[in-house]
Design a protein around this ligand. Sequence first.
Ligand SMILES: NC(=O)c1ccc[n+]([C@@H]2O[C@H](COP(=O)([O-])OP(=O)(O)OC[C@H]3O[C@@H](n4cnc5c(N)ncnc54)[C@H](O)[C@@H]3O)[C@@H](O)[C@H]2O)c1
Length: 305
Amino acid sequence: MSKSYILVTGGAGHVGSHLIERLVKNPNYQVISLDNYFNGSKNNHIDGAEYREGHTKDIDKLIPEKIDVIFHLGEYARVTPSFEDVDKVLEMNVIGTARVVEYWRKSPNCKLVYAGSSTRFAIEGDGGHHQNPYAYSKATNVDLINNYGKWYGLPYAICYFCNAFGPREKGEGKYGTLIAKFEQMYLKGQPFTIVKPGTQKRNFTYVGDLAQGMILVAEKGEGDGYTLGSNHKYSIIEIAEAFGGKIEYIDGYPGRAEMGEAPNKAREELGWKTTIEVIDYIKDFVAKNKKPSLLAQTLRQNILD
Ligand SMILES: NC(=O)c1ccc[n+]([C@@H]2O[C@H](COP(=O)([O-])OP(=O)(O)OC[C@H]3O[C@@H](n4cnc5c(N)ncnc54)[C@H](O)[C@@H]3O)[C@@H](O)[C@H]2O)c1
């Protein structure tokens, strides 16, 4: 039996690496990643996949194979810094994705599975179009993909990820994300910095569950509406409290307040569910990295003195 060619854009990124980890286990799949390493890392490479370095705008040249499924995750992927990176957002997400969908249109029987964002369902409304440059680009690409599906009768499915957490999450730098950042603050004994008001809530979702959900959606999903998110919402304050320690409030862009009504096709049609909750993940992290108590520290200091 000939193998199916699976393309993962953004395969060296956080969610993409977990997706590839699962895909390579299927002996019928030949997995290729296309990543420009803007935020990806070679440390995220998984044995059994082939990695090509390049921008999605050059997909025609870089991926000459006849691809059966495209998992499209290779985009600028962070909310707050997108205000100062708008040129990068437009180039990587709008121009890059326009090339990806054209490539999809020209590839017979190829299915596109898109990694949309839950910013689309912000309680503030607007379908994500006007909140920030990142959300704008994601909402625009959802429109584009739905239109291509309709105009050309192409097979596709759109997932919406809620905030990912889990192994290989980046905690440092401008593109680090919350749970890994808090892990680092915890280990360094620093206060947890929270953008005011801190009551903004997120449905933090285990990265392995997102990857598994995307595969399920690729196998059985059709069209728009596959939200992949935990059923539990936690405020940023609740997350900091789960780690334990001091909180420092800072000014900044808090993002959306929380997610409103979102389509639930992943659970209702496909039976997708989450397996690890963020609070348990944090409890486990804290247990493995227990700080000596104040009493133990004082006793040790007294012995050394
Ligand atoms: N992580 C989340 O919580 C979350 C939530 C909603 C949606 N998403 C979407 O899921 C996808 C993956 O997110 P992630 O958290 O793994 O981000 P990530 O930054 O870790 O991964 C994205 C990868 O794509 C690469 N990339 C970016 N633009 C590219 C381009 N034009 N051409 C080739 N490669 C490119 C980056 O180098 C990176 O390796 C993104 O599309 C993101 O918008 C993520």
